[in-house]
Write a protein that binds this ligand. Structure first.
Ligand code: SAM
Length: 287
């Protein structure tokens, strides 16, 4: 029923996962690239995710993309108060519903996690723990941050390594981007561990990293569309200065922007990626 996964010479242990599996009662399932279906098969990495998440009996957890339920089962073993999992691929319905029938604290939801109405979750989660599909990383995290004010303020994600590096990139680096500035303005992010592509089946073309994000302040920033617009406009053309990118934004002409920059002590020639988080906040408060 399960692919024979080579335990390799490294001595690493692999989780059983139905990648291209064929069982009497299960359909033949081909992993789909468009759903980011690279399933975690390394037990050591799974154990590290669970240990880092520091799960308690009063944790209400949200998982995005349970897939074949490898992480889902490990979460349920921790006797948390409740687990919500949101999956898009209907081919997984039978096997996930089977798991749901045996686990009273497990609630399955079907649909696109980027469009999902998280406010409908009852009980409402406080942690997100997920190996998320790479193609939805940025929109999904923007969306989830909207619920930090309601108590959803701890995130442990398996991400493509490049996405992880962008999220933690400080000012003055070329990887800096709007979501990273926003997370810095609202809390902290760190890479817990780099993860080899060989820990997944099928093996993806890129490596991954586990990223931990804690949101602690400025919960309203994300709700204010002018904050996100300011950042996206500021980063729109990386070779231009921030001042040039902001020209005309919110009906403010360049000389008015120069006045704002001067009054806040911001260099007129600075590029978006070099501006400190504190200065972004000052600009955000000013407009
Ligand atoms: N959690 C499993 C694991 O660790 O092996 C699967 C992770 S796999 C990287 C991503 C999962 O997210 C797949 O099950 C995929 O079907 C699901 N998925 C893809 N796009 C999604 C979306 N927009 N909303 C919800 N789930 C999605």
């Amino acid at each position: 029923m399960v692919d024979a996964l080579d335990s390799g010479s490294s001595g690493r242990k692999f989780v059983e996962v139905r990648v291209l599996s064929r069982a009497p009662d299960k359909k033949f399932m081909i992993p789909l690239k468009r759903f980011g279906q690279n399933f975690l098969v390394d037990k050591n990495i799974l154990a590290e995710i669970i240990s880092c998440a520091d799960l308690k009996e009063n944790d209400y957890v949200l998982e995005i993309g349970p897939g074949h339920g490898v992480l889902t089962r490990a979460l349920l073993e921790k006797k948390i108060a409740c687990l919500h999992s949101i999956e898009l691929d209907e081919r997984l319905r039978l096997e996930l519903e089977e798991l749901e029938q045996h686990e009273k604290n497990f609630h399955l939801h079907w649909g696109d996690a980027v469009k999902f109405d998280y406010s409908s979750l009852n009980p409402f989660p406080n942690k997100v723990i997920a190996n998320i599909p790479y193609n939805i990383t940025t929109p999904l995290i923007w969306k989830l941050l909207n619920f930090s004010g309601l108590g959803l303020n701890y995130f442990l994600f398996m991400l493509q390594k490049e996405a992880a590096l962008r999220i933690i990139a400080p000012a003055d680096t070329k990887e800096r981007y709007p979501l990273g500035v926003t997370i810095e303005a609202m809390g902290r992010a760190r890479i817990v561990k780099n993860v080899s592509r060989n820990c997944f089946r099928p093996v993806p073309k890129v490596d991954s990293a586990i990223v931990e994000i804690s949101i602690e302040k400025n919960f309203d920033f994300i709700k204010n569309s002018s904050w996100s617009d300011l950042l996206h406009r500021g980063f729109a053309h990386r070779r231009k200065t921030l001042l040039n990118n902001l020209k005309g934004f919110m009906g403010i002409n360049i000389s008015e922007w120069q006045e704002i920059f001067n009054s806040l002590g911001i260099d007129e020639n600075i590029r978006a990626e070099d501006l400190s988080c504190e200065d972004w906040i000052k600009l955000g408060v000013r407009i």
